[in-house]
Design a protein around this ligand. Structure first.
Ligand code: CP3
Length: 356
């Protein structure tokens, strides 16, 4: 890895379950925190910079993507940057007609529904990742000692957009396909695992220090379906980045019943949504599993004492895990007052880290 990040940054120590890069026990000097969707519409400087540029064009402009990635780090003093991009970027780079429609989400020109549609999916050249690699390099060069987290969409969540052609609530299309035509499902999910795995790998090779696989919609699956039709494809995505020494995080919403399966897919760290108490997550995953999460985004608009009490409860509930990185239980809502996020970061930094 080309990252210049100090091996004992608080974030990476917690992701390694309280160990330095050599594997020796160590305590960080502060509790690390970052927020999913920390880059984005909650920031006025983001809205100004994005004016007149479509979402995916912004992701593919290395200078703009780097600047947007850095904005929340400067403003909030968070302990990590999350690379500004999107889970559908590998589709766009492969030449698939996909747009992010404002206030809707990813929309494809032609949904992928039949065996013939899957067989016609394009191949993605490694060269196509050049704008991503360039944006990561520029970002890391400006981040100093703050680590950059790369990410990708997990095969189920990515394939859900490909089959439905747009955001959906129940993900009926992909859930039908995995039973009605499992061979086509496996071919589609394998394609998605390959492009997502290589997208994460490109970010890590360019200098990102950790990577998160987002299976945002995995909570719509029953445990048996996840185990039979999805987990192996997420494992295939992780296999592209295993052995690089970078902590790997696996997150989805509504995944309380499958936390162990998320870990088993190849993750070092499990991201917990706001529905599961972190002490319960530790009971399900074992104390050796580092956790990430899980401040309820709904409380960002509550009175400060309500939010402060909740943040302190989350810190306490996470203290039984070998490592804990504070985050929200899902992304920052666009209407969030950014000053509240800054205040949450300083509260977390004031709560001194547990000593051995
Ligand atoms: O700060 C960050 O978290 C970094 C960047 C990031 C974005 N998307 C930028 C973005 C990350 C990690 C993602 C991942 C992503 N994209 C997921 C998984 C995470 C999750 O929220 O569950 C999913 C499901 C997508 C697909 C997607 N892209 C959706 C559902 C949307 C929202 C559509 C809308 O307008 O509300 C997007 C667009 C998107 N991706 C925005 C951002 C900042 C908003 C674009 C804008 O500014 O208009």
């Amino acid at each position: 890895l080309t990252s210049g990040v100090t091996a004992d940054s608080p974030l990476l120590v917690e992701y390694r379950g309280g160990r330095d890069a050599a594997g020796n026990p160590v305590r960080p000097n502060r509790r690390p925190v970052w927020f999913m969707r920390q880059a984005g519409r909650s920031l006025p400087e983001y809205r100004t910079l994005r004016e007149g540029t479509s979402m995916l064009d912004a992701c593919l402009d290395p200078e703009m993507a780097a600047e947007i990635t850095l904005q929340p780090v400067r403003r909030h003093d968070v302990d990590a940057a999350i690379f500004f991009s999107d889970i559908v970027i590998p589709l766009r780079l492969a030449g698939i007609d996909v747009e992010i429609v404002p206030n809707v989400g990813p929309v494809l020109g032609s949904p992928v529904r039949t065996r013939a549609d899957v067989e016609a999916l394009p191949t993605l050249d490694d060269d196509a990742f050049a704008p991503i690699t360039e944006a990561v390099r520029r970002t890391v060069a400006q981040l100093g000692s703050t680590p950059l987290i790369g990410f990708a969409g997990a095969p189920f969540t990515l394939a859900a957009y490909m089959v439905e052609g747009r955001p959906s609530r129940d993900h009926l299309g992909p859930r039908t396909m995995m039973h009605a035509d499992p061979d086509t499902w496996d071919a589609l999910a394998s394609w998605a695992a390959d492009v997502s795995g290589r997208f994460m790998r490109a970010q890590l090779m360019a200098g990102a220090s950790a990577a998160q696989l987002f299976d945002s919609w995995a909570g719509s699956l029953g445990r048996d379906d996840y185990a039979a039709h999805v987990q192996k494809h997420s494992a295939a995505a992780f296999s592209h980045v295993a052995g690089l020494g970078a902590p790997l995080i696996h997150f989805g919403t509504g995944t309380g019943e499958i936390l162990d399966l998320l870990k088993e897919a190849g993750a070092d760290v499990v991201g917990i949504d706001y529905r599961v108490n972190l002490a319960e997550a530790t009971r399900r995953l074992g104390a050796e599993t580092p956790l990430q999460g899980n401040i309820d985004p709904a409380l960002l608009t509550a009175d400060w004492d309500v939010l402060e009490t909740h943040v302190r409860e989350v810190v306490a509930a996470g203290s039984g895990a070998a490592g804990h990185v504070l985050n929200l239980g899902h992304g920052v809502p666009p209407s969030t007052d950014p000053e509240v996020l800054t205040r949450v970061v300083s509260l977390i930094h004031e709560i001194s880290p547990a000593q051995p």
